[in-house]
Design a protein around this ligand. Sequence first.
Ligand code: GLY
Length: 424
Amino acid sequence: MKVLVVGSGGRESAICWQFSKEASIEKVYCAPGNDGIVEIAEIVNISAYDFENLTNFVKANKIDFTFVGPEIPLSLGIVDYFNSCGLKIIGPSKEAAKLESSKIYSKYFMDKYNIPTAKYSSFSDVGRALDFIDSLNKDNKIVIKADGLAAGKGVHICSCKKEAKNIVHKIMSEKVLDDAGTNILIEEYIEGEELSYLLFTDGTSYSLMPASQDHKRVKDKDQGLNTGGMGAYAPAPLTTDNLNEKVENIVKKVSNGITQEKLEYKGILYVGIIVREGLPYVLEFNCRFGDPETQAVLPLLETDLSDICIAILEGKLSQLQIKWKNKFSVCVVLASGGYPEDFKTGFEIKGLENIATDAIIFYAGIKFVDGKFITSGGRVLGITAIGDNIKEAINKVYANVNLVHFDGMHFRKDIARRALNGKY
Ligand code: GLY
């Protein structure tokens, strides 16, 4: 089979890597891809938003199915477009992708299907939003969320009313997030441990992947600004049978809601969970693989991803037993100096040739120029290692991270440490 992966980051690099190892996959294409993955996939110079040219390419090259990595093409209806051309594609329809692309819709869905989540109110009027903030208890943190997709910049946790009002002005009056901030949510803050539960679904049945944990803050001990994710590990040993059972209950309700709402959903659903006093609450839905979680989770997959995709496309996921390695995986992201704020690019990446063969490099913000790899983005690459236990995976991954260097490079030194002792 031939497969096209849409997207260009570390997540798509991991998806291409997985497909490239599978016996039934003859060729992997990636659009637009990045220069780091040329050995595992043919790079296709078509934007992830150019649906017409993507479908023409798929038809011309007789590609069996397409796998969509990022949320924006999904929210713009890439799945509907491919389906209207009679082409097979993994991902939710535009309507179903609203679970991620509209925070207000996702809350409506959670309320309707009795899914535990933080209390909230939604606003389209600045004055009402400010009055509401005035009515809140001054001792509690306040969460402000833009309704639309905002490339990781849509969620603000404010420690006082003044800060919250400032954010509301920026989002709604100054429009710093454009139309993504036309409507907002003001939400109760839940203090707790965050976990990422990803699942495969064919729209009627689902299969959970091992729970993983992202590290969103830029600095060790969860300090500093929020990022797209500085590393991840799986399975997250913080999960207990009791918690998993409660999350499974939530996932059943979500799956039932998808069926009841007649949402066309053949793909990956990411349920972002926060655990407070042993009880899980849904923080958010994402309608695709997480990044960097995918870079930690996919190396644990034993069943072929292509078999899973075919089962999803045929609506036969319940007939497939998906197997996972009984191992632990840790991914550390190497970022450009300054990221997640302004950063410079164009620095040579040295030492990649020294990485051990049993560690995996997932490329993201990288270019190949004049025979050298140079940085071209904020998150440059991820390195993943697997071990029989989390400690072994941590030691292995950092032994490899320390072999790579570029000017300004920074990374968190405590990825997965929490799994060892429950804290950083
Ligand atoms: N790791 C968070 C996300 O993919 O949205």
